[in-house]
Design a protein. Structure first.
Length: 293
């Protein structure tokens, strides 16, 4: 079985990355929606349009963020990814106004890099995956609500997400509303640090994890409905059933399927099926026919 890391304090990693201690140092920092400037940058527009980026160092950009760069959206959105893009560090909701990223194609975070939605300030940082063929891949840490008082949101109905660690509410408040697509992560954290909250509303699609932590008790919550399913590849049935009895997981039941624990929606109580109701008149007529006169 794959080795699973224990509970992690990710704030120190995030600070190290911001201080330039990341495994792959950023060549430059690009700001989206920074202010109006000579290139006509605005608070919404395409990632692939250099007019929308301010580069530090370098001033108004003639290029866009790449695999070794930091990309920050700190004032507005949506920042639209309609063609394949890459970054080393991505921060949406760095401060200022609510900021959002509309992912419609592939965005690759370099190995060891981070993607953070709701990094600083109380404004909301949002990732939307509802159109096109969105893919977010490669991040060592994918966070929603990174620091205290921050707010991060994922709205997902299609596409795929893969990361080493996914944190819904690191020190702030994180929410995932997933109605379709796939998420594949090694470790899922819901409410990671004191004062955080993490809510994962899973109404469709499949989430696969090797390990899962509710670090702050009932501040972390997984709510299942519809066709949503979570496949826990590194867990045991008694632990999951404990979470269900404690109210950390609601709307779902757990079952051992091979080497995995699958958590899916509790079926409706057994009742007469539509087929049974439809057959009832026929059975009554047959009973009358066979009865003696």
């Amino acid at each position: 079985m794959k080795s699973i890391p224990s509970k992690l304090a990710t704030s120190s990693l995030a600070l190290a990355l911001m201080a330039g201690a990341s495994p792959k140092a950023s060549a430059a920092t690009y700001y989206f929606g920074y202010s109006s400037g000579p290139n006509g940058t605005s608070s919404s527009g395409s990632w692939g349009d250099s007019n929308n980026w301010y580069r530090d160092p370098g001033g108004w950009a003639s290029s866009t963020p790449g695999a070794s760069d930091t990309a920050i959206s700190n004032n507005g959105g949506p920042l639209l990814v309609s063609s394949t893009q890459a970054a080393n560090i991505l921060q949406v909701g760095y401060g200022g106004a609510a900021s959002s990223l509309d992912l419609q194609n592939t965005l690759t975070i370099s190995s060891g890099g981070v993607a953070q939605f709701g990094y600083a300030g109380a404004a909301l940082g949002t990732l939307t995956m509802t159109t096109g063929s969105p893919v977010l891949t490669g991040a060592a840490y994918l966070e929603f609500g990174t620091n205290a008082s921050t707010n991060g949101l994922l709205t997902m109905s299609t596409g795929s997400v893969s990361a080493t660690n996914m944190i819904v509410g690191n020190a702030g408040n994180g929410t995932v509303n997933m109605s379709g697509g796939t998420i594949d992560v090694s470790v899922l954290y819901l409410a990671n640090q004191a004062g955080s909250s993490g809510t994962f509303n899973l109404s469709g699609g499949t989430v696969s994890v090797w390990a899962m932590y509710f670090n702050q008790g009932n501040a972390g919550h997984l709510a299942l409905s519809g066709s949503g399913k979570l496949v826990y590849q590194g867990g045991d049935l008694s632990t999951v059933n404990g979470w269900i009895s404690q109210g950390k997981i609601t709307g779902g039941q757990a079952a051992q399927v091979g080497n995995n624990i699958e958590i899916s929606v509790v079926p409706e109580p057994a009742s007469l099926s539509l087929l049974g109701l439809g057959a009832l008149p026929f059975l009554l007529r047959r009973h009358r026919t066979l009865s003696p006169s």
